[in-house]
Design a protein around this ligand. Structure first.
Ligand code: BGC
Length: 495
């Protein structure tokens, strides 16, 4: 007689395996829902959150202006007179940003505000220059400046350069600035505490390049200047790109920190300044204590070149938002079964490996995911394939990916709106109620959903009437021109 026991045993075994499988699937589904609701809770920014954050920015601004910064440095720029458009002659600018170096030569012409001729050259910053300990950065910049100068000036003539440097510097004069902090991709101790203007002049002298650098300025200050050159209603300059920051025109009386900088607080007499001065807020370094942060924010900070600093920038700017999204997708894949059963591009050993690689999801990819309005979310699928090597993703997982990117972006733009609302309270309009904020950087220029949420956030905070007189104007690559204009204005004043 044939026993049927093995048959029953096999069925019981299969049922047990199936139960384990279904149990795991249920658990993953539960985890996924829990993670998603945790992320929604921590990343969603309500109007009340924005108002609270705005109040905290105002407090940071006040402390910084008093000379007791506890987050926003509020650095006086020593720009108290803005170029008028009357400047004439040939000038250069160096613009060191987070990823590129730009050198500009301009000829300012006879007609007011007219750039008669110009040459712009860009180079990606080479990897070895991001490590500032090796001392190569300024040497490389001087090489590039010499390359451009050799086209327009005779080898013996002295060239006048505006130096746009997109990092926090303690200025004691317009042509002097000690580096306070490296951010973005730069690392190391190189140049910290040193006068970056002097270091660059020395690097140029080694190359027999005679330079005068009458003006050092932050990229936000340069953006403000470039826009104001064309539109006198400009009151602030904002950068929303690899990093983020804002500069605005403040009444000089309110900048108590100036006294400490110019005469160490000893005498009551201040050197004479005009009634207004541009202040570089360095809002990137603000401590967002009023805000919840998810565990991925903490990891992004921990893995960065400057843990504990630039905390606002790490929630907002282009260098970091893709990283926050990637890490959230990793958590969802690891614990919540996201992308289970997808195919991987050849060379990707397994799913978690694909999601573990740092900096693989740039802000442009987040924007493409966020913007996808197709029914099948084809662009989301394309981005996952192109940047992470993940293919054949189910619709539900594509939707989750999009939700994650939208939550991270929406938080970034609303926080920016709150910070901007605080700054706008300070720079009131003169006769004309229209106030222009010049915004440079790819997040604002190329990420339309980011821009719309930022504008909506501003309306929610200041009301439609006030918001309709605040014009956020996208300006592209204006900082080099701003630096050249300021160099022109200052060197003419000195002559
Ligand atoms: C720097 C600022 C700069 C901003 C935008 C930040 O990381 O600290 O000085 O303006 O990036 O480039």
């Amino acid at each position: 007689m044939v026993s049927i026991l093995p048959f029953y045993a096999a069925i019981a075994g299969a049922i047990a395996v199936l139960n384990v499988y279904l149990g795991k699937k249920r658990e993953k589904k539960r985890n996924r829902d829990l993670i998603l609701s945790d992320i929604r809770r921590t990343l969603s920014v309500s109007v009340e959150d924005m108002q609270r954050f705005q109040a905290s920015v105002t407090e940071h601004m006040d402390n910084g202006l008093e000379g007791n910064p506890n987050g926003m440095m509020m650095l006086p720029s020593f720009v108290d007179r803005l170029p008028t458009g009357d400047e004439r002659g040939e000038y250069y600018a160096i613009d060191l940003g987070g990823t590129n170096l730009r050198v500009l030569w301009v000829r300012l012409g006879d007609k007011i505000g007219l750039v008669e001729d110009k040459e712009v050259r860009d180079w990606p910053i080479p990897e070895e220059c991001f490590d500032t300990d090796n001392g190569l950065l300024m040497e490389w910049i001087a090489d590039k400046l010499k390359e451009v100068a050799s086209v327009h000036a005779s080898p013996t003539s002295r060239i006048v350069v505006g130096f746009c440097f997109s990092f926090a510097c303690k200025q004691k004069a317009l042509n002097h600035g000690e580096l306070l902090l490296w951010t973005k991709n730069f690392r190391g101790q190189g140049l910290l505490g040193k006068d970056v203007v002097q270091t660059l002049i020395e690097a140029c002298e080694k190359r027999n390049l005679s330079v005068s650098i009458p003006a050092l300025l932050n990229d936000t200050v340069a953006t403000l200047i470039a826009s104001r050159y064309k539109d006198p209603n400009t009151v602030a300059g904002v950068v929303l790109g690899t990093g983020t920051n804002c500069a605005y025109i403040e009444s000089t009386d309110r900048i108590k920190a100036l006294r400490k900088l110019t005469n160490d607080g000893k005498s009551q007499d201040l050197p004479s300044f005009d009634a207004n001065m541009v202040v570089n807020t360095e809002w990137s370094d603000m401590i967002p204590e009023a805000l919840p942060r998810c565990e991925e924010d903490l990891w992004v900070d921990f893995a960065s070149n400057n843990p504990g600093r630039g905390l606002f920038e790490k929630l907002v700017s282009g260098l970091y938002i893709g990283e926050v999204c990637r890490r959230i997708l990793y958590r969802l894949a690891d614990k919540g079964g996201l992308f289970e059963n997808c195919r991987l591009r050849r060379g990707q050993p397994h799913l978690l490996h694909a999601l573990l690689q740092q900096n693989t999801l740039p802000a442009a990819a987040v924007a493409a995911i966020d913007h996808d309005e197709s029914r099948a979310l084809e662009n989301v699928a394309e981005v996952l394939d192109e940047y992470l090597g993940i293919r054949n993703v189910r619709k539900r997982d594509l939707q989750t990916t999009q939700q994650v990117c939208q939550l991270v972006c929406s938080r970034a733009s609303k926080l920016c709106a709150a910070a901007l609302a605080a700054v706008m309270e300070r720079c009131q309009a003169s006769e004309d109620p229209v106030r222009v904020v010049a915004v440079d950087g790819s997040l604002f220029a190329n990420y339309s959903a980011f821009r719309k949420r930022l504008e909506m956030g501003l309306i929610e905070l200041v009301g439609l009437d006030v918001a309709s007189n605040i014009k956020l104007v996208s300006v592209q690559d204006a900082s080099a021109e701003g630096a050249a204009f300021l160099a022109a204005a200052t060197s003419e004043e000195m002559n």
